[in-house]
Design a binder for this molecule. Structure first.
Ligand SMILES: [Fe+2]
Length: 360
């Protein structure tokens, strides 16, 4: 799945109405329908691709955005999406104006001709750049109005539409360690955002202005998270459980195939903190504080050499590393089957494993 799709999905509110302009084979439509439960329609110039979309059960009409958006009344959709095709239209200005008439908001993505790789290519090779998002030769490219991000911002000022910048609103601190709170004050100054953390760490988390308690539900705007106090790594460590989305930020308490070092707490506290995670729905996604998965897997394999599920997971982890992809998030079910610290059934086993890991 393209990173761009996740980016678009993060902007779109759940249960909204969406028009995907130039929807291609409907991949983005399917993704948004599944993940955001949106009421989505598409418009696509290629007859073959329209047929592919219809076969997938998507509502798509054949049409050209430059001519056929006229049929939609003003504000017909909450969002209109135009992915990577603005530069291929004869008149991008008309298209943008139409997008903003038909939708309350428009999401437009463009291949950035100002990207440094593109600039270097042109400088050193002296030929038109060819990249994954600009794959054509100059003589067969459909792109007739290439622009840079700076050009696009200037264009928005010329025709008087506003680009919404994504603002940082909240910094969620799981604990006070410097590698987690080091940017708080600078970011707070720049974005005027809130800094959130555990009440007992109010003197150790710089800029903190929202204090949370164990088992509290923290709700702000679209966010709703249950707070779990998970001491062990530090005394004031917390986890943020976005229970509706089945996502948990575990900070440095639980890692994929590992757990945090015990700095301020006891073995028993850490063991009990991990128990909280074990009770969550098995399809919960674990977003932890560090990408230590590959190194952790070596310790798990060393102590649990016959675990076939673990061996399978290690192959996936190595494949992710090969393609420079993250292994996070991890799924709780995989952790329950493969993470030796979650598999430990008693405090004695857990403590022994933790000591062995510290010297592994
Ligand atoms: Fe830490």
């Amino acid at each position: 799945m393209k990173a761009e799709y996740n980016f678009i999905a993060n902007i779109i509110e759940k249960n909204s109405t969406v028009l995907d302009v130039g929807c291609d084979d409907g991949t983005l439509m399917e993704f948004l329908r599944k993940n955001k439960n949106v009421n989505i329609r598409g418009i696509e110039i290629s007859k073959e691709k329209v047929q592919i979309c219809i076969a997938k059960g998507l509502t798509v009409i054949e049409g050209n955005a430059e001519l056929d958006l006229k049929q939609f009344p003003k504000n017909s959709f909450d969002y209109v999406v135009l992915g990577q095709t603005l530069q291929a239209f004869i008149n991008p200005e008309i298209v943008i104006k139409e997008l903003l008439r038909v939708g309350k908001k428009a999401i437009v993505t463009i291949p950035n001709f100002g990207n440094w790789k593109v600039r270097l290519d042109l400088l050193f090779k002296g030929t038109m750049p060819i990249t994954s998002s600009l794959p054509h030769e100059w003589y067969n490219t459909p792109n007739i109005h290439m622009c840079t991000i700076k050009d696009f911002v200037r264009f928005s000022e010329t025709i008087n539409f506003k680009i919404n910048k994504i603002d940082l609103k909240y910094i969620l601190n799981t604990h006070h360690h410097h590698d987690h709170i080091g940017g708080n004050l600078e970011l707070k100054k720049k974005y005027n955002c809130d800094v959130i953390g555990f009440k007992d760490d109010k003197d150790r988390i710089p800029g903190i202005n929202i204090l949370l308690e164990n088992n509290q539900i923290w709700q702000k705007g679209n966010f709703e998270a249950k707070i779990y106090h998970t001491p062990g790594h530090t005394s004031g460590h917390i986890a943020f459980h976005f229970f509706k989305e089945k996502i948990i930020f575990t900070g440095d308490t639980l890692f994929s195939l590992g757990c945090g070092r015990i700095f301020e707490g006891t073995y028993e506290q850490m063991f009990n903190s991990l128990k909280i995670f074990k009770k969550l729905p098995k399809d919960t996604l674990i977003y932890c504080g560090h990408e230590y998965t590959l190194k952790n897997s070596e310790f798990c394999l060393f102590n649990d050499p016959d675990n076939l599920k673990l061996k399978e997971k290690v192959l996936k982890i190595k494949n992710n590393h090969k393609f420079n992809s993250p292994t996070i998030p991890s799924v709780l079910n995989d952790e329950l089957e493969c993470n030796i610290f979650l598999k430990a059934e008693d405090i004695k086993t857990f403590s022994k494993l933790r000591d062995l890991k510290d010297n592994f």
